[in-house]
Structures are given as C-alpha cells and as structure tokens.
Design a protein around this ligand. Structure first.
Ligand SMILES: Nc1ncnc2c1ncn2[C@@H]1O[C@H](COP(=O)(O)OP(=O)(O)OP(=O)(O)O)[C@@H](O)[C@H]1O
Ligand SMILES: [Mg+2]
Length: 404
C-alpha cells in the first residue's frame, strides 16, 4: 500500500462514531461531534470499556480495541509482505482491511468503500487452492483477515446455487462464513475442531455452526458460520475478553479466569448466567484438553433480537492435547491453578461469584455424560492411534475428576 490514508472513519454498524488519526507519535481517536450530539449511551461507543466522551485519546502505535481486530502470527507476516505493509503497522492494517473485521466496529479510509465478500462456490472437484489464489490475485488478502493465528478466509458468503447448497448443511447457503485451515503444526485441525464443537453442542453449549469441507485434492477445512453477521449486511456488536479488559491481544494469556468472569459479569444482562457460562466453558476445555482457551476465545454479543449483552456461542474448541500431549495446562489459571483440577475446584470457584452449586453441577453432569460416547468415537479421527489412545486415557481421568 503506497498511499496510506492518515485518517480513518470509525464506524459502529452504519454510524460513524469517531475518527482515528495517524499522528507523529502513533494514533489518536476522537468521537465525532455529530455522534456525541445524539447523546449516545455508555454502551454505544467503541466498546463497553470505552464509553463516548469528548476528549481526544492518544495512543502509541494503536488503541488496544483496534489491535484486537487485526490478524496475528505468521499469517500477518505473509499478508503484510504481499501488501507492502510493515507487519507492525496496525494503522495500515486497519485501513487495508476495509472494514472486514469482526463485530460491528470497523474502520475505513475517507473515500474507500467497504470490502466486498468473496462468494464461496463449491463446484464438483473444487480446490481450496483455487479460492486462495483467486483472493491473492485480486489482492483481497487483507480483507480476509480477522484475529487469530490460524490460516483462514473470513470474508466469505456461501453461494446459493443448488450445487453449492447441496454440499453444505441445510440453512448454510447464503450466510456469511469463515473457512479455517490447518497448518503443519496443527494437522487435521478441521476434523479436530468439528469433533469437539459437536461434543460441546451435545454437552449443552450454544456453538458456532460448522462443518468439515474436503476438496478434490483431499485437503480439509472447517466452514464456520459467522454469528457476528446477519441478514442485509447487519453487523452484530461482539467483543472478546481482551477488548472487555482493555488489553492488547499479546496479553491474551496474561489474564486469569477470574478476570474474564468478572469482565463478563460487568457487561452481561444476566451476570450469574454469564459467570456460569464462562466457568462451564473453562471446565469443558479442561475436560477435552483444550489448553488454548485464552482471553480472545471468550466473547460476548449484543443480541440484535433482545438488545441484551450475552456470552457468544462457543468457537475455536480444539483439543490441543492431540498436538502437544505433554502440555496439559489451561491457558488461563483458575486462582493460580492450571492443572490437576477437579469438580470441587470448579464448583468452589463458581460459588465465589455467587453461582449456585446446582447450576454448575448440572452443566458438569451434562458434559461428563457425553464423554463415554466420545472416548469411543475419538478413534475415528485421522490422528495416529497411539496419540488417540493417550488422549483417551487422559480424557477418562479428567472425566472422573469432574464427575460426582
Ligand atoms: N463463528 C464466528 N462468528 C464470528 N466471529 C468468530 C466466529 N468464530 C471465530 N470468530 C472470531 O474470529 C476470531 C478468530 O477465530 P478462531 O478463534 O477460530 O481462530 P484461531 O486462529 O484458531 O484463533 P487462535 O489464535 O485462538 O488459535 C475469534 O477470536 C473471534 O473473534
Ligand atoms: Mg481463537
């Protein structure tokens, strides 16, 4: 990108709420006068932790709220190179993304138009390679980038032609979706995530709808329906726990589970239900060996139906134990403890937030109840049998620890 803008419009849904300027010392955002004149409520600003106010806010390279909308890791490096951006040029990234970030807060240069979605068509013998190439040649890399380290295409809309519709579950055609790929470090990521998302659903969690797609070369990818997009271009307000806590994404592991629960309780319409949900998600992650439940893997949504803030459906549920069997520690410690946890640990922790024991007991019972069926089915996953058997042994121990 040779002609970078020096000012971006910051939008919340279809309304401009602020401007973000590139300055000599970093960036600065300021709520617009016309927006403030409408006397917005404390939750109508950038994020719940950043209510509207008239002051200009100076930040080093970038305000953490925006940093959390950007891609991370090797993917960021590769796309930055292709676009001629420095990987640490957060302002340039935001401009290049043309509003394709998650949630309803987005930024766009003055005269730019929002990124168009890429149509996902699935003809016979389709190849993910062709889709990636189409995006690369059209220079749409940046508009396919949202937070997270895994390679993915995020600004997709599933085509509605009968052929495509017949290849995805009923109701998927026409919706906005993410296509998530594995890497040499995380082979069979799609099969892993689909398996554990399904288990989470059976255990009573609301989950992001998804399915595994396999192309003509045998490559697999996970198709995930976006819960932050609705009909007719509707964008849903969504924040992860880093955004709720005002933290940069690099701090996603430097948070305690207590801080995440407290942040959810501050913003959710039902603080007790929110605490119960976060703790249940953590217990499930422990049960299945998902050691990557960091602060960006917990989110809240502002429901367009009810106008209430509630925990989002669960996403990014992967058993990392299938990749690193010896790294069994939880991403976020529960009062200083991240391994060898049991039922009483979770119940006592929940009680300290005022959650009634029977409420979490019911959730723990539901998740341990689905484990016996799961430990049989796990052997169907395309991992080597030794890894799967080791996973099964560990899962049995953890199921016992979380049972009555
Ligand atoms: N179904 C969804 N709808 C809307 N937003 C989603 C959905 N799934 C994920 N996201 C958003 O996209 C981000 C990246 O997705 P995800 O966590 O699956 O990717 P990842 O690369 O595996 O992440 P990580 O860096 O945690 O490994 C999430 O942090 C979340 O904000
Ligand atoms: Mg994630």
């Amino acid at each position: 990108m040779s002609t970078l803008p020096s000012s971006l419009r910051v939008m919340r849904g279809r309304t401009q709420i602020a401007t973000l300027d590139w300055t000599a010392i970093g960036t600065a955002y300021q709520y617009s006068k016309s927006f403030l004149a409408k006397q917005p409520g404390p939750r109508d600003g950038l994020g719940f932790a950043h209510p509207p106010h008239p002051d200009r806010m100076e930040h080093g390279p970038i305000h953490p709220y925006f940093a959390n909308l950007l891609p991370e890791g090797p993917r960021q490096q590769r796309v930055a190179e292709a676009l001629g951006l420095r990987p640490d040029d957060a302002f340039g990234w935001l401009a290049a993304m043309e509003g394709s970030s998650t949630g309803d807060v987005w930024a766009l240069a003055e005269n730019a138009s929002p990124a168009k979605e890429t149509k996902l068509e699935l003809p016979d013998r389709f190849l993910f390679h062709n889709l990636r190439e189409q995006i690369r040649q059209a220079k749409e890399h940046a508009t396919q980038s949202i937070a997270g380290v895994h390679a993915k295409l995020t600004n997709l809309r599933i085509a509605t032609d009968p052929h495509t519709a017949s290849k995805v579950p009923y109701g998927f055609a026409g919706t906005a979706a993410i296509l998530k790929f594995g890497s040499p470090e995380t082979p069979h990521l799609a099969e892993n995530e689909a398996f554990f998302m399904d288990l989470a659903k059976r255990a009573g969690f609301k989950t992001a709808k998804n399915c595994v797609l396999r192309d003509a070369s045998g490559e697999s990818a996970l198709l995930v329906i976006r819960f932050d997009r609705g009909p007719r271009g509707l964008r849903v307000h969504q924040e992860d726990a880093c955004q709720l806590l005002g933290l940069h994404p690099y701090d996603r592991y430097n948070v305690s589970l207590r801080e995440v629960v407290a942040a959810f309780q501050r913003v959710c319409a039902s603080p007790m239900a929110a605490a119960l949900e976060v703790i249940a998600q953590a217990a499930f992650a422990y049960l299945v060996g998902n050691t990557d439940l960091h602060a960006k893997n917990f989110s809240v949504l502002l429901s367009p139906k009810t106008g209430l803030v509630e925990p989002s459906p669960v996403y990014d549920v992967v058993s990392t134990l299938l990749y690193s069997p010896h790294e069994a520690r939880m991403a976020l410690a529960m009062d200083g403890r991240d391994t060898n946890l049991n039922r009483e640990d979770f119940l006592a922790f929940a009680e300290s937030f005022g959650v009634r024991r029977p409420a979490l007991e019911a959730r723990l019972n539901a998740m341990t109840a689905v484990m016996p069926g799961c430990v049989d089915r796990i052997l169907d996953l395309p991992f080597d049998p030794r890894t799967l058997k080791r996973w099964r042994d560990e899962a049995r121990l953890r199921t016992e620890a979380l049972s009555t």
